[in-house]
Design a protein around this ligand. Structure first.
Ligand code: ATP
Ligand code: MG
Length: 326
């Protein structure tokens, strides 16, 4: 394992009864990098985090974190890690402050340092008022923030965050994203799972797309977006479906690249700005009703749809065949 690497995963697989949760994945994360695991529900994100943090064992393959092979001295690796699980693991009956002091004690911080660090983190996350109240009574956003504070208590080199902003209010989500950016600026390596494409694009240096336990593409955000540089995109939804509209436009707008997408939408790509008004008029003059036409920013969402063949909206859908744990 090269010294610059914080995480290395080699040909790891994990199966639960009839479900192949993770299928032969390999990737590495460099020190100081924010690495995003982006995939829909049931893709295998949490299973991967659990294996990387020593909570689950792989069926095969090798995992190295902070230079330690998790098959052997996983406890040694754990001192270097902070983990924010998708659901909190803190004590509902203890106050926020007491929870943080408890976590700090687990990592061997002295009494004075524990209290000081707990206060500092409560303040940083805007929880100083709530610090004395029992954790069980916190809102979802407050719980998530305290769980993050607990993971940061021992200043870990590598921080694992499992969907840190899922299911919480906009303001808390923004605070959490700012905190992640701040940790990154301070040199912490961050491994993050999310099903928000925009969040991954904003926070991550590199991203792996994971679908059905497999990494379908992994690259830097810059490289992923490269093929879209200088491209202009428009999306048109017509009453009669995309194929008919494409056939009509093809004849008069030969320079446009037209592609039918799921949901009856037509994707229009060009190297120059697309004349949306002319396209709509052209279609309507030929009896095709246009329901919607809009410009699309060349974003990671485009790349995601192209690479995975999935709709961005499918990211948040619960799969029929799988169930959530806990
Ligand atoms: N302990 C378990 N027992 C049985 N099946 C499991 C278990 N853990 C995960 N799975 C299955 O493995 C697959 C991957 O689950 P995982 O929780 O890793 O997905 P995920 O990408 O984290 O999804 P989500 O976005 O919903 O959190 C799913 O089909 C899930 O039902
Ligand atoms: Mg998960």
């Amino acid at each position: 394992m090269a010294a610059a690497e914080a995480i290395r995963v080699e040909r790891v697989s994990k199966r639960f009864a009839e479900v192949q949760a993770v299928a032969d994945i390999s990737f590495s994360v460099e020190r100081g990098e924010v690495f995003g695991f982006l995939g829909p529900n049931g893709a295998g994100k949490t299973t991967t985090i659990n294996m990387l943090t020593g909570l689950a064992r792989p069926d095969s393959g090798r995992l190295l974190v902070a230079g330690h092979d998790l098959a052997g001295k996983s406890r040694r690796a754990q001192r270097h890690l902070g983990v924010v699980p998708d659901e909190s693991n803190l004590y509902p009956e203890l106050s926020g402050f007491a929870n943080l002091c408890f976590c700090a004690a687990l990592y061997g911080l002295g009494r004075a340092e524990r209290r000081q660090r707990a206060r500092q983190l409560l303040k940083r996350l805007g929880l100083d008022e709530a610090g004395g109240r029992r954790f069980g009574g916190y809102s979802k956003g407050m719980k998530r923030k305290l769980t993050i504070a607990a993971a940061l208590i021992h200043r870990p080199e590598i921080l694992f965050l499992d969907e840190p902003t899922t299911g919480i209010d906009v303001a808390s989500a923004r605070q959490i994203r700012n905190l992640i950016a701040e940790q990154h600026a301070g040199g912490t390596t961050i491994f993050l799972t999310t099903h928000y494409i925009e969040e991954a694009e904003r926070l991550c240096n590199r991203i792996a797309f994971i679908v059905s336990g497999r990494i379908v593409r992994s690259d830097s955000v810059e490289r992923l977006l490269e093929p879209l540089q200088g491209k202009h995109l428009v999306q048109i939804t017509c009453a009669g479906g995309a194929e008919k509209a494409a056939a009509v436009l093809e004849q008069s707008f030969g320079e446009l690249r037209l592609q039918a997408e799921a949901g009856g939408r037509l994707r229009v790509e060009a190297d120059r700005p697309v004349p949306v008004g002319s396209l709509v008029r052209h279609l309507e003059e030929r009896g095709i009703e246009v329901l919607e036409a809009r410009r699309r920013r060349p974003s990671l969402e485009e790349v995601f749809m192209r690479v995975t063949g999935l709709e961005a909206a499918e990211m948040n859908r619960e799969p029929q065949t799988s169930r959530r744990r806990r």
